[in-house]
Design a protein. Structure first.
Length: 143
C-alpha cells in the first residue's frame, strides 16, 4: 500500500492500469490512453526490490502487488498523497507561508516529484503543510 497517503482515496474508484516499468507503490502515473492521473497503490506486478538480508550481498525479491498482472498496478484516481514539490515554499497551504492550496502542479523529474511548472498536470496542492519541500497533492482534482 502506498506509504505516502495523506487523505484517503475512494476505494470504489480504484482500478488496475497498465503502468510503466519500474512503477512502485506511491508513484503517480498517467494513463497512456485517457491521460487520467492516478497514484499506484501497489507496485507493478513484476516489480522487485533488494532482498535486504543482513550479511548477504545482492539478490532481489518480488514486491509487486499480489494478483496484479505483470505490467499493471492498482491505482487510486482521487485522494491526496505526499510528494516532493520542486519550487514550493514550506508552511501551511491555507492562510500560511506555504505555496497556496489549489496551486496546479505538474509532472516532475521522477514519479515521486511534482513541480510548479511543466507540461503534464498532475493535480493541485491540497490543504495541509509543506515541510522540507514535501506536501499534499490532491489527485483527480478538476484542473
Amino acid at each position: 500500500m502506498a506509504a505516502n497517503i495523506f487523505k484517503k482515496y475512494t476505494e470504489s474508484k480504484t482500478r488496475e492500469w497498465e503502468v510503466p516499468e519500474g512503477t512502485e507503490s506511491g508513484d503517480y502515473v498517467i494513463h497512456d490512453i485517457s491521460g487520467q492521473v492516478g497514484v499506484a497503490l501497489t507496485s507493478r506486478g513484476d516489480a522487485t526490490r533488494a532482498a535486504g538480508i543482513p550479511g548477504v550481498t545482492g539478490g532481489t525479491v518480488p514486491n509487486g502487488g499480489v494478483g496484479n498482472k505483470e505490467t499493471a498496478a492498482t491505482v487510486a484516481v482521487d485522494g491526496s498523497f505526499l510528494f516532493n514539490i520542486t519550487g514550493a515554499d514550506d508552511g501551511e497551504t491555507v492562510a500560511g507561508t506555504g505555496t497556496a492550496a489549489g496551486t496546479t502542479v505538474y509532472a516532475g523529474a521522477d514519479a515521486q516529484t511534482v513541480a510548479l511548472s511543466g507540461d503534464d498536470e498532475i493535480g493541485v496542492i491540497d490543504d495541509g503543510a509543506i515541510v522540507d519541500g514535501v506536501g499534499p497533492i490532491l489527485i483527480g482534482a478538476v484542473l
